[in-house]
Design a protein around this ligand. Structure first.
Ligand SMILES: NC(=O)c1ccc[n+]([C@@H]2O[C@H](COP(=O)([O-])OP(=O)(O)OC[C@H]3O[C@@H](n4cnc5c(N)ncnc54)[C@H](O)[C@@H]3O)[C@@H](O)[C@H]2O)c1
Ligand SMILES: [Zn+2]
Length: 341
């Protein structure tokens, strides 16, 4: 087991990579504990939950909303949860994001932690203290920054994940490697087959290195005023692709990373050899490298990006492999690359 520490304004977050869900009770306080989970994780892993009250929610991005938050508030009230109670989210990114938001707001904030059960939530969603829900057609627009005290990344739980969910996590791992760790990128190039098969030492290294990269960035810029924006590599275009096509997030950001890479080559930040390596790694991981929609529809979605500032957009460009910079770039420049992509 390996530990990573995030020092947030609201408190520290300890991430335990390789710890088992069965040991959760070692880390939670003696008082009242409530678990929040979803129906799939409940069915698969309920036997490993600590003995306490459990609130089960549905699955899918559609339930990540204020109705579900309210449903949980009602349940917490019924369970007479107090300020000294502890809340544990056991699930993927959806459960963790909702749990963090509920725990941060109910009674003005309860102590909370996660057992992260998907590859995406282990390497991304449960790291860094962003908690929130969707509203008005926008993702994660209602939320808070607040660090979970504890995150258990039990790698054994990944064995039951559908292949598509593994792919989503792998796309974020590639993102972390490109923006922050050339060695991890090289490791992925050599070991991508073992990553698919969830080979234990390989998956442990990928999760640990990824958490390390994200937490180092979060420790520098918790509230996303500067460096943390680098974690949006591939996401500006990716979100537009996701909106127009409905393909899974990881697949959309894979194609988004290829577009950002092409812009970086044009700006002489990245060699064309390195751009080819990035594309090849994504291909090897069976992630899409072409834009799966016409550029006009994509461009329309891009113009509606909520992070847009006038005609410019904060855009993350790889500056060599293992490094990235954030530039304000004009929507026109993106359009030019998209129209030849
Ligand atoms: N807070 C952040 O910083 C942050 C970062 C990235 C993503 N996110 C959010 O994370 C969410 C996506 O997370 P996700 O990809 O984990 O999706 P998810 O939580 O929907 O989980 C994916 C599916 O896998 C199932 N599942 C979970 N664990 C399982 C297991 N061990 N075995 C089998 N099935 C399992 C779930 O029930 C669900 O059906 C999005 O809402 C996104 O906005 C948040
Ligand atoms: Zn993402």
């Amino acid at each position: 087991m390996k530990n990573v520490l995030i020092r947030g304004a609201s408190g520290n977050s300890t991430l335990l990579i390789g710890e088992r869900i069965q040991n959760l009770k070692k880390y939670i306080p003696a008082g009242k504990v409530v678990v929040i989970t979803d129906t799939n994780v409940h069915r698969l892993y309920q036997k490993n939950f600590p003995s306490c009250n459990v609130i089960t929610i549905g699955t899918g991005e559609k339930i990540k909303n204020l109705d579900t938050v309210q449903y949980i508030y009602d349940k917490l009230m019924g369970l007479e949860v107090e300020r000294s109670s502890f809340i544990v989210g056991i699930g993927g990114g959806i459960v963790c994001d909702i749990t963090g938001f509920v725990a941060s707001t109910y009674l003005r904030g309860l102590r909370f932690g996660f057992v992260s059960t998907t590859l995406l939530s282990q390497v991304d969603a449960s790291v860094g203290g962003k908690n929130g829900v969707n509203f008005g057609g926008y993702k994660n627009i209602i939320g808070v920054f607040n660090q979970p005290e504890l995150v258990i990344c039990d790698l054994n739980l990944l064995g039951t994940l559908p292949g598509k969910e593994i792919l989503c996590g792998l796309a974020e791992i590639v993102k972390h490697a490109v923006i922050g760790d050339a060695d991890l990128f090289g490791y992925l190039e050599k070991n991508y087959k073992n990553a698919f098969s969830l080979d234990p030492p390989v998956i442990e290294k990928l999760v640990y290195d990824s958490v390390k990269i994200k937490s180092t960035i979060v420790n520098r810029d918790e509230k996303e005023k500067g460096d943390r924006r680098k974690l949006n590599f591939g996401h500006t275009i990716g979100h537009a692709i996701e909106k127009t096509t409905g393909i899974p997030h990881g697949e959309a950001i894979s194609a988004g990373m290829v577009v950002a890479t092409a812009i970086a080559v044009k700006r002489n930040l990245l060699s064309s050899e390195d751009a080819i390596r990035i594309k090849q790694l994504l291909k090897n991981l069976r992630l899409p490298t072409e834009i799966p929609t016409d550029s006009e529809r994509l461009f329309d979605a891009l113009k509606k990006d909520k992070k847009r500032e006038g005609d410019n957009i904060h855009f993350v460009l790889p500056n060599g492999i293992g490094n990235a910079i954030v530039k304000q770039i004009s929507i026109k420049e993106i359009e030019n690359v998209l129209s030849v992509a």
